[in-house]
Every structure is written in C-alpha cells, then in structure tokens.
Design a protein around this ligand. Structure first.
Ligand code: ADP
Ligand code: MG
Length: 704
C-alpha cells in the first residue's frame, strides 16, 4: 500500500535534492507527510495593513505595511555593512534594514514601486525600523501576496541562510498540499473519530496550514493533538503489556511474622492512611503474579522509607531478599540507621550496608553472606551495582530518589536476579499527572498525599537585600534557641558581571555575623569530594555546626530534625520544584520551621510568580503543576536528566492535560481487547503507536 504522505520530500515542487537534504538535517523532514506535519507555531493576520504613523511603540510582534520605496543605499563597512531602504506610505517614513543577502534583496527591490512589507517593528530614534522584513510586490504576475491568516513556521539559521525562511516553508507546504490533497489516508479508525468527535485527517491538515476560521483551526488542532498523544499512550501501554506478559512476577502470597511482629510491636506511630493505602497497593501487586513496576511519589517527609521497609519485610516473609539503593552515602547511611533502629535488636532481620567506602574486609564478608542468603535487607549506594555483588534470591528492589539514577544504572540492579524482581522507585519530586502519564507511563503510580500528623507547615517569607539584617537577627534568635540553619546558594563561582551573591562572599559575611568560637559555620559545595561533603554534612547532622552553608548539594533527602530555618539566597535562580525540595529539609521536627527566600529587588514576572507561589502554598503537587505552567514540561525536575522521551510536535503536556486524559482512555480501551495491537482492525493504531518507538523500547518493535 503506497501512501502519498510517504513520498520523499524531494519530489515536492520547489524542494529538490539539495533542499531535501537540508530539510532532513534541520527539521527531520524526509517525506511529503513530514512536511505536512510541520505545523505552524503561530498565525499572523495578513488581512490587516497598518499606517506607518499608527506605530508609536514596539509593542506589536509583527506589522504589515503597504509602502513605496523612496531610497535605497548600502551603508557601513565590515560587519556593520547593511542595506537601508526608505519607504513611505503617505502617513510617514520607515526604514527597512538588511545585514545579510544584500545583493539578492537589491536585485528584487525597485525604486518607486509599492510593496507589501511584513516584519517586526522597532522604533529607533523615533523612526520605525524593520530588520529583515518580508517584502513582496503588490503588482504583476507571480505575486504570491494573499491576504488572510497565515501560518508561521519554525526555521533554523542554516535554513534561513539558504533562503528557506518561514514563508518559503509555507510555499513548500502549499506545494505539498497540492500533491497530497485527495489522496490523504485517514490515520485514525472511524470508531475513534466518531467517539471523540474528531475532525478527519484531511480537513485537519488543511486547516492547520490554511485555517478557514478560528473554529476550524481549533478542531484541527484538537484532532492532531489527540492523534499525537494517542500514539504515545498506545506505545507506552502496549510496551507495558508486553513487559507484563514476558515477566512473570514472584508471588509473595503471605504476610508473615516479620511484617506482623514489626507492625504490631515496633511501629513507633500509626501509619497515615495514605501510607496504608500505598502498602495495600504494593501488596496487591506482589501477590498478583505480575512483576511489579511501581512509582511511589510522596512529598519530602511524607514517610516513604517506612513504606519501603514494611514492604521489604513482606519480601523477607516470603523467603526473598530485598535491597534499597540511595543516591548518596549519607542517604544510604541514614536509611541503614533508621531501618536498624526501627527494627530493633530482636527482629531477626539481617540488615547490611554496602557503600563505596565499606572496608574491604567487611565487604568481602558481606558479599559472601549475601550470596549465601544470610542477609535479608541490603542497603546501599551505587556500590550495589558492581558485578561482584550477588544475591542468593533477590525478590524486591527499592530505589530511593530515582531521578538521581540513570535508566541503565537502575536496570543493572534488577539484572542481579534471574527473574525480574518487584521494583519500587520512589521520588520526592512531585510530577504533574500529565507528565507522569507520559514520562513514566509504563509504571503504576502510587501517591502518598498526606503528611504524618503533628507536622507544622513551614512558614515561608520572601525578603530582598534590604531585609538582610533582619534575616540575620532572626537566624541568631533561632540558633540561640538551640536550632540549626541551612543557607543555600545557587552557585559557587559567579561570573563577574552578575551581582548574585556567591557562596564565598556569603561565607565571609556569615562568619562575620556568626564569629567563632561561639558559632561554627560548615561549608559544603558541589565541587568538594564526596567524602568531604559527607564529613561536613555529618558534622551538621550531629549538631556540631550551627549553620550549614551549601550549594544545592543538600537537595536530596537529608534528615536533620533540629534544623529549623532554610535560607535560600538568590532564590529567583532556582526552579519551583527545587525550591520546594530545599524547603523540605526543614520542618522535620516538632518545632515551627521557617523558609526565607532572599532575592534581588528587581524580578522578572515569572520569578515573582514562583516566589509568591512558594509563600502561598506548601503543597508539592500544586507547585509542580504551576512550575510546568510557568516553564514548560521540559524543565520540570525529573525530565532534565533524561530529557523528554517523546518529542511533541503539537500537543503540550502543560496545556493539554484533558486531551491527554482522553487519549489515555482511548488507548486503554483499545488495548484491553488487543493488548499488543495485533488484530487486523487495529493496524492503523499500531502504525500510530510505532511512530513512537525509540531505542529504549525497541523490544516492542521486535515482536512485529
Ligand atoms: P521521605 O518520604 O521524605 O523519605 P521519611 O521516610 O524520611 O520521609 O520520613 C520522614 C520522617 O517522618 C521520619 O522521621 C519518619 O520516621 C517519620 N514518619 C514516617 N511515617 C510517619 C507516621 N505515620 N507518623 C509519624 N511520623 C512518621
Ligand atoms: Mg526519603
């Protein structure tokens, strides 16, 4: 079956070999269909023509003039060499300026002729300027000037340098359309089009490029977004089905003595109902015969460790070993300490700790015991991933702060078992639902959405430099009450030009305000060796330093209940989720805690919104939604490291949550009856899904 959309793009009139190569390299456009799936990122109204005298400021993004050329001159030399064209429309004069392609433009512009001029206005000494505008003759043959709403396409510098600007792209799209129209095959099954009341593909492609009106454009966008998100959801969910079919899970059928003894005798407090619910969800997975792959989201301090411990005891009760991996030594130690303390001496559960600094003798013995099945719970860092670490029967793996590990690293841990163990990945970085559905779409998600009782929400204030003395006075007050303080800086070394406080300057100021020997200030920053960092952190943990001055290295899970104040310097430079993480370091004890956001007086609108949100709410999910609205999904923590797994052409995860939910539902409905999309009637959907195959999920492509 040949589809016109699959034809190579070089056959589109106006493209040819050379441009085809460029289009592929720059925009990934290989086929005619790719060209038609290059959507305008906005539209301009080419029906409106401005008078030059009307333009009083540069608030408009684009304007269109109809004006006559009065003078034309090349001025300047070297990089300043430019073509200046003076035009007039009777109401006033404007200057058009070109720095590039002078000869080409000069040839195309004639004195005294009238042109439609289109570009971004700026005022320069009161004169209206347009740099590199589009210019078209209003007369004669070959005039392509057509009033109407027109798409603006994304270009790149190499494209523009080769005379493929947004308008050229529009022309190429027009040409492609002429070849394709009447031969475009629908990509969605009729039932789905009907059920979700979607525009057909032909009309959608037409209207996305040449919108007839607002309503049609909206319907076209909806259809194309739905298609895009449906393809991704089908891909993710079909892969998940495949994984489930391939991997039978260990069946943990009993909740036995270890769990019960601990639960009834050792638990120092009642579980929150969120913790109970999550433990139930995990138990159900563990007993189902399916291999569990679950993401546990829970705000800092929500009690994820306890959930990990209780569920590891279930693994033990069923005769399997369990392991928990943390991203830093200090966290691994923290887990080890709290787990052994919670279990107590008499539990009979054999817990061990393995990190990079475990002594050889201890390590050798430990590895032997591990392989002999004499260790029940192994706590550790990346050191767990080394080849010589062998378990006797690893049945359950917990990964804390999962975003700190690469996909491959995580996978290495579960390869240590002949059969894939049950997996729980935990994160304190709340991820908006829409993002989670896409980023972690093949994981089941549990959420702890409730804090243990008795916690006082952290009080947050936003100060600027004029409040610095007040801030220091407050710190003194708290420290003199016996509490400890974090002060966090965004960077270690600043570039000269910027006036942000840096850690070193800040250190001098703080030591001056809190001089030895009465006060001790400990510094920890990202460029220090891990061992030195841990040493410094431990000093603070033991209460031997009053102030911990740090770059954001303390972000992850450290627990110092006595610390009651978090000061964040140049807070405007942190993202919302990072600010939230940092704030989560305090408020872990019984005392009222405080977070002080220091910023410069002058702030961008976005920074102000971020800091205001921090003052207004302590809800991590609310903040993560807002972060996504403000910055777009690409910057939300958790995606920075791995990047977005899918490139979206038209849908937006921050804005199209509702469409995503619909697409998700549609995907689930289809896959329920046909888990791997193998039925003949689902071949269209299968194709849609496979557009999203990546390196990581090549498994799924292999079964076709
Ligand atoms: P996180 O989810 O950030 O990893 P932790 O597991 O470190 O949180 O728990 C934070 C603190 O809350 C710990 O000191 C823990 O003992 C305590 N905690 C956990 N669950 C409860 C509960 N149900 N009631 C009271 N305190 C709890
Ligand atoms: Mg934790």
């Amino acid at each position: 079956m040949s589809n016109v959309l699959d034809n190579p793009v070089k056959f589109v009139p106006g493209v040819g070999e050379k441009r085809a190569k460029l289009l592929e390299k720059e925009l990934g456009v290989r086929t005619l269909g790719d060209l038609l799936y290059l959507f305008p990122f906005r539209y301009i109204d080419r029906t409106r023509i401005y008078r030059i005298a009307e333009i009083q400021d540069d608030s408009l993004a684009y304007i269109q003039l109809r004006a006559r050329v009065e003078a034309m001159q090349v001025v300047g030399t070297g990089p300043k060499k430019r073509l200046r064209v003076v035009v007039s429309d009777g109401s006033g004069h404007a200057e058009l300026v070109w720095f590039k392609g002078l000869a080409w433009i000069q040839k195309r512009i004639e004195l005294q002729r009238e042109y439609i001029i289109f570009g971004r206005p700026s005022l320069f000494n009161g004169v209206l300027n347009l740099v590199h505008p589009d210019v078209e003759s209003t007369l004669g043959e070959g005039s392509r000037f057509q009033p109407g709403v027109q798409g603006v396409y994304r270009t790149t510098e190499p494209l523009v340098n080769n005379h493929i600007n947004t308008k050229t792209l529009f022309t190429l799209v027009c040409n492609a359309w002429q070849l394709a129209d009447g031969r475009i095959e629908e990509t969605l099954p009729p039932e789905i089009i009907r059920e979700y009341n979607l525009m057909g593909l032909r009309d959608a492609l037409y209207n996305i490029h040449f919108p007839t009106d607002e309503t049609q454009l909206k319907a076209a966008r909806l259809r194309l977004k739905f298609e895009e998100l449906l393809g991704i959801q089908l891909n993710i969910l079909a892969q998940r089905n495949l994984r489930v079919m391939r991997n039978r899970g260990f069946i943990f059928s009993v909740v036995g003595q270890r769990f019960n003894d601990f639960y009834s005798q050792r638990l120092p407090f009642a579980l929150t109902s969120a913790q109970k619910r999550v433990i139930k969800e995990i138990r159900a997975d563990m007993g189902s015969g399916r291999q569990m792959n679950r993401l546990l989201q829970g705000d800092v301090g929500s009690g994820k460790t306890l959930v990990a411990l209780l569920t590891m005891l279930i693994a033990n009760d069923n005769g399997y070993q369990a392991s928990i991996m943390a991203p830093t030594e200090i966290l691994a130690h923290q887990h080890y300490d709290s787990i052994t303390e919670l279990l107590g001496e008499a539990s009979g559960v054999r817990v061990a700790l393995l990190t990079g600094s475990t002594r050889k003798k201890v390590r050798d013995e430990l590895l032997e015991q591990l392989a002999a099945g004499q260790i029940d719970i192994l706590v550790g860092t990346h050191a767990l991933l080394e080849d010589r670490v062998r378990f006797a029967n690893l049945g359950y793996v917990v990964i804390d702060e999962q975003h700190r590990f690469g996909v491959e690293q995580r996978a290495r841990l579960w390869m240590k078992s002949d059969r894939l163990p049950h997996i729980l990945v935990m994160t304190a970085t709340p991820i908006p639902r829409t993002l989670a559905m896409t980023l972690y779409g093949d994981l089941d998600v549990s959420v702890i959405d409730e804090m243990p009782p008795g916690r006082k929400p952290v009080k947050t204030v936003h100060y600027n430099d004029s409040h610095r003395l007040r801030m220091l006075g407050f710190l003194k007050q708290e420290i003199d009450k016996g509490r400890q303080v974090y002060i966090v800086y965004p960077l270690i070394k600043e570039s000269e030009k910027m006036d942000y406080l840096n850690l070193e300057e800040g250190h001098a100021g703080i030591v001056q305000a809190f001089p030895p020997p009465d006060y001790y200030v400990q510094v920890v920053h990202g460029k220090m060796k891990q061992a030195d960092k841990d040493y410094g952190m431990n000093l603070f943990k033991r209460g031997q330093a009053h102030i911990l001055l740090a770059t954001s290295v303390i972000e992850v899970g450290v627990n110092v209940p006595n610390a009651s104040v978090m000061v964040i310097e140049s807070a405007e430079r942190f993202g919302l989720s990072q600010l939230h993480q940092l704030r989560g370091r305090v408020g872990r004890g019984a005392e009222q805690s405080y977070c002080i956001l220091m910023s410069s007086v002058k702030l961008s609108k976005e920074s102000r919104a971020r800091l205001k949100a921090m003052v207004d709410t302590t809800d991590g999910f609310e903040l993560s939604e807002l972060d996504m609205q403000l910055r777009g999904p690409g910057d939300v923590a958790g995606t920075q490291q791995s990047g977005m797994p899918f490139e979206l052409k038209i849908a937006s995860l921050s804005q199209d949550g509702q469409i995503l939910a619909l697409a998700r539902r549609a995907a689930e409905n289809v896959l329920q009856a046909d888990p791997l999309l193998s039925l003949p009637e689902n071949q269209l959907l299968r194709q849609l899904s496979r557009k999203n195959d990546t390196e990581d999920n090549r498994d799924f492509s292999m079964i076709s």
